[in-house]
Design a protein around this ligand. Sequence first.
Ligand SMILES: [Zn+2]
Length: 245
Amino acid sequence: MEVESPDVLVSEEFVESQTLAPAEIYARVFRQMRPRTPVPLITVKFLRYANASAKIKLEAGEMEVRIADTLAGAPDSVMEALAEILLSKLFRRPVPAHSNLRYRQYLNRRDVRRNLDLIRQIRGRKQVEDSQGNCFNLDQIFEQLNFEYFHGLMARPILGWSPNASRTLLGHYDPSHNAIVLSRILDRPGTPRVAVEYVLFHEMLHLRYPAEHRGARRCVHTRAFKDAEKQFGRLREAQEALRRL
Ligand SMILES: [Zn+2]
């Protein structure tokens, strides 16, 4: 859950779509750069790096690309830009300026930067599954909400508190790691429990209602999502408490 201003608790998030398998993108860029060379066997692996980074190697007719899994959700245009960068480096050619620009612009996008920061924070810690905070136990709250709103049917994801007390990013669901992380700013004695419940409930709805594709765009807070969110019992009280954080 992202807070843009005290009056907007939940913002509409849109991201571009992904349609092509990453290996297809690399094959296409390879053909553009080396039209007369047969396309090698291409494997693209997404690995758990703390940062956004990527490597490429070509050995015995096999090409292996290793990309940080933090980039796994990047749109095709960004994947293609990264492929042009990596293949240019592999063939010792100058990197096209437009590819560099597109890739950098993506990494500098506010939502992408925030997401990277958060993943870095979580992975920088010894224990990811630290659901017991100083004041609230997320496992307990999850099970309570699960029982109340999801018939107890939701499988529990990894739950944890962020090391940093962010006021603008109160909660985050990371589908690639099946993890919900809540900002530590909520884990304080003065925070009403209902505020924590509401933020966790919002993130649980992201598991329940996956993003929908509308043409080239992806809608994160769908109509069904928003309707379900209104079912939260003490909505007004929770939103009031969050405004006072
Ligand atoms: Zn949300």
